[in-house]
Design a protein around this ligand. Structure first.
Ligand SMILES: [Cu+2]
Length: 719
């Protein structure tokens, strides 16, 4: 055990939460594999083989393992609001905007008139708090940044990519590459050792420096041969994020978990099951075994999570497909670095995992979705296997996986590059027409019809969007999806380059049976690996992620969440969380209207990006006054029926949100709808959803609303 680990133990020991709370038990560890002989099924021999654990000691897999203490490594100190001293010398660690103030004039770089048009001049102007003076440093290669303006999401550029002295700067689309790319890269170089730090901003293409020649208001910025005169020097002033408040929302303490929640599901008993991989800290290793670390977390008792190591299903449930079944059980199929065809099912009623039929094909990073008749369709996950990735459907009654031969991957992969990793986590949603709509990550959207052997048809292009892996796509109303962020590169950033994440945002309306794409205001921050959670008021919380596509990194973590309001198609920043939530992080709506956010990591032993913890966000609607109350509601309702609920307080409407599972920013369960109601006073009569096309069968959260303020939810099964 190294010094750092010893320190971790001490730090953990000093924490307010005691070790005893994290008893790690190996439930069901000695239950024989009963009913499956799938390709990875090697029985107890493999599952009980001793392992070289990360602390160097050899332990049997079925023994309790004190993993938690190893994981309490608070390496990460949030640097929000602090300008890093090392700008230009390597990777940064901030996800904040900066004002750029001229040392000579004291004025700030501004897009003239706050314009969002291409070609608008970059000028100096009196410093203020507006978004046209806030710049994001998006790293594109070591020490090279694109500077994008917050209001427009467009980039500062030397006009025409000119290398001439005196060339002017204006704002242009943030080109990824090609002709528009030159003139958009800047290299901050610190000059002297003053506080605050002063920087030159060197242009990559010309090797010149950004200058504003005098103190004239609205003077345009130009490039000139670099000197250290004050007209070439800039201070970078971080813009403070919103504070924790009733208006901006409030975060709970960070609650440690026994393992990293890289996947999670909200269960009908209002608890959350999370899971990770075969090891508490790393997905890789020379001898990964088929088992999974899981945690049962009760938001009402957040300091007492229960960790388990599931060995008897012989399934490493790492980067799988996930879906919630009609009866509230969770299905997890595929996953595992070695690829896996195994299907596991978690039953909240007995708190047990069991094994179901294996798929016809091994998959890693596939997507699963519960379809209107309760079966589960899965697609993709064939990048490393080189198998077909063609869709299969699990018949829940017969417990068999059957090919859907026409549900092929070609349209998803078409035109993609290796770095797009197009075969991974296709976005799949049940549309009101009963077909499966695939809005991404390819910009070539598709309709998958899984009837009659299956077929695929183009749904058109996703506007002017690019390929966007690990984006956020959330069905925020019947037939309506929010699509925001993502990155054309998956896991890029470990070589010599980064790709800034996207802020592109669209509303995609499929309620007519064809996809209508509307480009909306960009998200305030660039994000990849973020999670989107639809809230009881119909708004969408987007939380976490990175400003680049690097897996297993906290660099460029965005700590400020944003709220999307479909009434105005606009974004509002909220109070920042305490920890980065990068690759392998999760977020879920809880039944009380709060949002659970956690995870990130599984990089390697003791890497600083491992985040075995969660934090719970209370959105602003919880601080607006008394909440309505649902006193009673039926436990299940039938499609097309009406049902009564009794309420207390002011009730202006009802919302229904499907309880969901999430991994890798992928959540196919989640969906939102308002329900029509009649009556007044304590008893209201509500119309249930019409069919499984609108509301796939399963457990839902039913919220009463007083305007935008939600009740705590009743849990209702729709069938
Ligand atoms: Cu993964």
């Amino acid at each position: 055990m190294g010094i750092e680990r010893a320190l971790d133990w001490e730090m953990f020991g000093a924490a307010a939460v005691g070790l005893s709370l994290f008893a790690v038990t190996a439930i069901c560890a000695n239950v024989a594999v009963a009913h499956d002989t799938g390709p990875n099924s090697m029985g107890m021999d493999k599952a009980t083989r001793p392992l070289e654990h990360s602390n160097g000691s050899s332990v049997a897999t079925n023994d309790p393992i004190p993993v938690l203490a190893l994981l309490q490594s608070p390496h990460f100190v949030p640097s929000l609001g602090v300008t890093p001293a090392a700008f230009g010398t390597g990777r940064k660690d901030v996800g904040v905007y900066h004002r750029l103030r001229s040392v000579s004039s004291g004025l700030c770089l501004d897009v003239l008139g706050g314009s969002s048009n291409n070609g608008s001049a970059i000028v100096q102007f009196t410093c203020h708090s507006g978004e046209a003076q806030q710049w994001y440093f998006g790293q594109v290669s070591s020490g090279n940044y694109q500077l994008s303006a917050k209001h427009s999401a467009k980039c500062m550029r030397v006009e025409g990519g000119s290398t001439a002295a005196g060339a002017l700067l204006s704002q242009q689309v943030c080109a990824r590459d090609g002709a528009g790319f030159s003139g958009t890269r800047f290299i901050p170089r610190r000059v002297g050792t003053t506080t605050p730090a002063k920087y030159q901003l060197r242009t990559h293409s010309a090797g010149m420096c950004l200058q504003v020649p005098d103190s004239t208001l609205k003077a345009r910025a130009v490039q000139q041969p670099c000197t250290t005169a004050s007209s070439f020097l800039w201070t970078f002033e971080p813009v403070a994020p919103p504070s924790q408040s009733d208006v901006n929302g409030r975060w709970s303490p960070v609650y440690p978990l026994p393992s990293i929640p890289s996947a999670a599901a909200l269960l009908p008993n209002r608890k959350v099951i999370t899971w990770s991989t075969w090891n508490a800290e790393t997905f890789g290793g020379s001898d990964p075994v088929d088992r999974t670390y899981t945690v049962l977390f009760d938001p009402r008792n957040p300091t007492a999570p229960t960790g388990s190591i599931i060995t008897h299903t012989d399934h490493n449930m790492f980067c799988p497909g996930t879906a919630m079944l009609a009866d509230g059980r969770l299905v997890v199929n595929g996953g595992d670095e070695k690829k896996s065809a195994v299907t596991s099912i978690y039953d909240y009623r007995s708190n047990t995992w069991s094994r179901a039929a294996s798929m016809n094909e091994e998959r890693w990073y596939n997507t699963s979705v519960t379809v209107p008749d309760g079966d589960v369709f899965t697609l993709g996950g064939n990048r490393t296997s080189r198998l077909s990735g063609t869709g299969e459907i699990w018949d829940w009654l017969a417990n068999t996986w059957n090919w859907v031969p026409g549900a092929v991957m070609d349209p998803i992969v078409s035109g993609a590059t290796k770095e797009n990793r197009a075969q991974e986590h296709p976005r799949l949603f049940v549309a009101p027409n009963g077909k499966l709509f695939l809005p991404g990550p390819t910009p070539n959207m598709q309709w998958y019809d899984i009837g009659s052997g299956g077929s695929v048809k183009s749904a058109g292009r996703r506007g002017d969007d690019e390929f966007s892996q690990n984006d956020v796509t959330v069905p925020f109303d019947v037939g309506k999806l929010l699509k925001t962020g993502g990155n054309p590169m998956y896991n890029f950033g470990t070589e010599d380059g980064y790709w800034p994440s996207s802020r592109n945002s669209y509303v995609i309306d499929v309620s007519s049976g064809s996809a209508v794409v509307t480009k909306i205001a960009p998200m305030k921050y660039p994000r990849t690996f973020a999670n989107g959670v639809v809230l009881p008021n119909g708004q969408v919380l987007v939380v976490g992620g990175l400003d680049n596509g690097a897996g297993f990194s906290d660099d460029g973590a965005i700590l400020v969440p944003e709220l999307f309001d479909p009434a105005t198609n606009s974004w509002t920043e909220l109070a920042p969380m305490a920890k980065p939530r990068p690759y392998h992080s999760v977020a879920l709506l809880l039944d009380d209207g709060r949002v659970l956010v956690g995870g990130g990591g599984l990089c390697r032993y003791d890497c600083p990006e491992n985040h075995p913890d969660v934090q719970i966000f209370s959105p602003p609607y919880l601080f607006k006054g008394p909440r309505p109350v649902i006193q009673s509601a039926p436990s299940s309702v039938a499609y097309g029926s009406t049902f009564n609920v009794s309420t207390m307080g002011t009730v202006t409407g009802f919302a229904l949100i499907r309880m969901s599972s999430v991994s890798h920013s992928t959540n196919t369960d989640q969906r939102y709808m308002r329900l029509a109601s009649s009556g007044s006073g304590a008893t209201r009569t509500i119309s249930a959803p019409s069919s499984g096309n609108v509301a796939p069968p399963g457990f839902y959260l039913l919220f009463a609303l007083d305007g935008d303020v939600p009740s705590k939810a009743a849990v209702v099964q729709i069938k």
